[in-house]
Design a protein around this ligand. Structure first.
Ligand SMILES: *Cc1c(COP(=O)(O)O)cnc(C)c1O
Length: 400
């Protein structure tokens, strides 16, 4: 089976892990800081805090952004559930924002509407979590402008976009995860993401105070900082000054991360080349008439975590019919040894959000997107001939 995504582990990655296993440090050692330094370099952010998963990164970022029980937060309806759950972990109430079906990104119109609806209830969102869907960067400057009107913090969910850039309104090239137009960004190092540590994640920020808070939250809320201690009882002394978590990443994982981080540029270039090959094939008739790749704004260079195509609806075609055709394409690809995926089931459809009353609203963009979307294989170890085979099978399935 050709999967939709998979890691690329090379001999030097394995050597780095073995070397770490023979060292004194399996966890809480120097590899963590080395990996964090590499992440600062890759993103351009001043601080990075490595944690046990992207989800843990979202949780800690929500706490550091000031989300407290009862607070409202907003995120995109088309994302992995963790983007919304982080607000709930902090005791907050997530509001879901509809997406632009052509890009999969949070719709700015829908964001303003969501904020107006909250305002009518006398509520301001504490945090907004835009998602760099599929690898192109969300309109972070737009989100930040809206956020600053209501005093909300911005967490960029950059789990899809490590290695991506965008051109900002000043004409500067800005890296995903740099926190140039956000307060925090989060990364994930799950095997399908750009670089992997098995499981793993990180929060980046340029705010020193928030950075120190994140370090404590990662380790039980414990500090040894002499300037912060309420008393000192000996060299062994530490204090838990708030309730934190055990969200550390091990040195073994960080050693793998450091080795993988060196390859990000090459991996992302490969993803872009594969995307260009798909794009060229899908821009030609007859496929150009029946499906379209997800749109990528000209201001962003995608890191292509995903390569998403959408079935073009026929005139007056109901969404259920588009969804049936998508299902047939999904099944047909699997029968021929290709395993696509659907990213994502809109969060508002998840039973836990429905049952808890957190999914109210109309999500026409998300529903239209979801009916026809399919993520085709996209990972740096893929050959050009794999792309050609996927294109050929898609073509034969859609022609019949
Ligand atoms: C992968 C992912 C996460 C979290 O990832 P984990 O490391 O699996 O916890 C969060 N948001 C998005 C959009 C993701 O794709």
């Amino acid at each position: 089976m050709l999967p939709y995504g998979r890691q690329l582990i090379e001999d030097d990655d394995i050597d780095a892990v073995v070397k770490q296993l023979r060292s004194d440090w399996l966890t809480q050692g120097p590899a963590v800081a080395k990996f964090e330094e590499a992440l600062c370099e890759l993103t351009g952010a001043r601080y990075a805090v490595a944690v046990s998963s992207g989800t843990a990164a979202l949780h800690l970022a929500a706490l550091a952004a000031g989300v407290r029980p009862g607070d409202a937060g907003l995120t995109s309806d088309v994302t992995f559930v963790a983007s919304a759950n982080c607000i709930r972990y902090a005791g907050g109430v997530p509001g879901l924002v509809d997406v632009d079906p052509t890009t999969g990104h949070m719709s700015m119109t829908a964001l303003r509407e969501a904020i107006d609806q909250l305002r009518q209830k006398g509520v301001r969102p504490r945090v907004i979590v835009p998602v760099d869907f599929s690898g192109s960067v969300a309109d972070l400057e737009g989100v930040r402008a809206v956020a600053s009107e209501v005093g909300a913090r911005v967490i960029e969910d950059a789990a899809h976009s490590l290695g991506a850039t965008y051109l900002d309104q000043q004409g500067a090239v800005v890296k995903a995860g740099s926190c140039t137009h956000s307060d925090f960004a989060i990364l994930s190092f799950h095997p399908v993401k750009h670089i992997t540590t098995g499981e793993g994640g990180a929060v980046t920020t340029n705010d020193e105070g928030a950075y120190k808070a994140l370090l404590e939250l990662r380790t039980h809320g414990i500090t040894k900082d002499p300037a912060k201690l309420k008393q000192v009882d000996g060299p062994w002394y530490y204090e838990q000054q708030s309730l934190g978590y055990h969200y550390r990443l091990t040195d073994v994982q960080c050693a793998l991360g450091v080795s993988q981080a060196r390859k990000l540029g090459r991996f992302v270039e490969r993803r872009r080349a594969l995307a260009a090959r798909y794009d060229a094939a899908f821009s030609r008739a007859p496929l150009a008439q029946v499906l379209e790749p997800l749109a990528v704004s000209s201001r962003t260079r995608s890191a292509y975590h995903l390569y998403v195509v959408r079935l073009t609806p026929r005139a007056d075609e109901p969404l259920e019919s588009v969804a049936r055709r998508r299902r047939a394409l999904y099944d047909g690809l699997r029968e021929r040894g290709i395993a696509p995926q659907v990213h994502y089931i809109p969060v508002h459809r998840q039973p836990d959000f429905v049952d808890s009353g957190l999914s109210a609203g109309v999500f026409a963009g998300a529903d239209a997107y979801y009916a026809g979307c399919l993520s085709l294989p996209m990972f740096p170890g893929m050959a050009d001939s794999d792309v050609d085979r996927v294109v050929e099978v898609v073509g034969s399935l859609l022609a019949s």
